[in-house]
Design a protein around this ligand. Structure first.
Ligand SMILES: [Zn+2]
Ligand SMILES: [Zn+2]
Length: 374
């Protein structure tokens, strides 16, 4: 089957954006899976990667994309999961090494090799899976999958079977943004019904955090954003209070008015400097402030350790919702089927040829979860 001529949205150099071009795959290992992509969600992290945000670890030319879904076309002899068969419908998520202490302890999202494998987009030995037509080597395992390729050689750890192929389109983007937001609430923070949660930034990740909090029956769910349309949808999905940060003079006071003493959990999903700075002041004594959104590369968050100590607060980074993808993605599918995770209210589909229009729609805030169709 290899070498295989296919195509993909390639980022040729740092800050070069995306371009649809021919790609050749020619190196599949025995622990990898060849997937023909049918859908690929676009996540903020792809835009960050194409804008130079991962230059410290990511080489170019590279194919990004990390919310793929499609069908298996070949399975390596050493792939461990027997459910991965040629023809199976699959959803792709982040990868992990499978060998480090955190992977062994059941926390693949805390894998010691997370950054190099996912953001670096190469195997641990530095090798890549393919090249461009002119021979340049192509970095093509972003988050183990590079789903901006029509066909991709994928890490076995990225592949999750989808038992509902008829709904593959809708479930195609479960591998990152939805998982990150819902997992932050359901896997990591686990608020009780009596708690309060504020979510800063209600894109896909923030909306999923809100749906997760509603699912747990959390009493006070505050959504913060600058876009009224998103705040309206956040209310529909479960927010009990909404705040437009452009219209609020003192965000900390506003949140403390709603939750006297402060909110139990603050979740920053937008990667905005000022919100990250305010988060710890919004949470109550003993509360947790979670960094979930990707910050600007050079931003350094300053924290007063004395207040952290005396107020017993936790500042916590939560990557990929601390999810085990092949357990949590099926859970989200079942939540959707029971009506608790209305993905269709967030997703919009585009033909891959229209990728420039998609990027414009994303930057203008016209779409929450854009999904490319191959
Ligand atoms: Zn690991
Ligand atoms: Zn993502």
């Amino acid at each position: 089957m290899l070498p295989l001529e296919t195509e993909g949205l390639v980022t040729e150099s740092s800050k070069a954006g995306f371009k649809l071009m021919p790609v050749i795959l020619d190196d599949m290992r025995s622990d990898e899976v060849l997937v023909e992509m049918k859908y690929s969600g676009i996540c903020h992290t792809d835009i960050v990667g194409a804008s130079g945000g991962y230059d410290y670890i990511l080489d170019f030319p590279a194919a990004l994309g990390h919310e793929g879904a499609g069908f298996i076309r070949a399975v390596g002899a050493d792939v461990q999961n027997p459910a991965l068969k040629v023809g199976s419908a699959v959803i792709l998520s982040f990868t992990h090494c499978g060998n480090c202490g955190n992977c062994s302890a059941g926390h693949p999202a805390c894998c010691d090799n997370f950054e190099i494998l996912n953001c670096g987009a190469k195997r641990l030995d530095g090798s890549v899976t393919g090249r461009l037509a002119d021979g340049r080597r192509l970095v093509g395992q972003f988050f183990g999958q590079s789903s901006f390729l029509k066909h991709s050689i994928v890490s076995q750890h990225s592949v999750v079977p989808c038992p509902y192929p008829e709904d593959l389109a809708l479930y195609s983007a479960l591998g990152c943004g939805f998982q990150t937001g819902a997992g932050t609430v359901l896997n990591s923070l686990r608020p009780s019904a009596g708690n309060s949660v504020v979510v800063f930034g209600v894109g896909t990740v923030g909306m999923s955090a809100i749906m997760g909090a509603k699912y747990l029956g959390v009493r006070q769910i505050i959504a913060v954003d600058v876009a009224e349309s998103k705040l309206e949808l956040a209310r529909e999905l479960g927010a009990t209070h909404v705040l437009n940060s452009r219209k609020v003079a003192d965000m900390v006071k506003e949140i403390r008015d709603i939750c006297p003493g402060g909110v139990r959990f603050a979740i920053e999903c937008a990667g905005i400097d000022v919100l990250m700075e305010q988060m710890l002041d919004c949470v109550c004594c003993g509360g947790i402030a979670a960094v979930v959104g990707v910050p600007k590369p050079d931003f350094v968050l300053k924290v007063d350790p004395m207040r952290l100590l005396h107020e017993n607060k936790t500042l916590k980074g939560i990557c990929q919702g601390d999810s085990v993808a092949d357990k949590f993605i099926p859970e989200m599918m079942e939540m959707h089927r029971s009506g608790s995770f209305p993905l269709e209210k967030l997703c919009k589909f585009y033909d891959v040829e229209d990728y420039e229009q998609v990027l414009r729609d994303i930057s203008e805030g016209k779409v929450l979860k854009a999904i490319l169709k191959w």
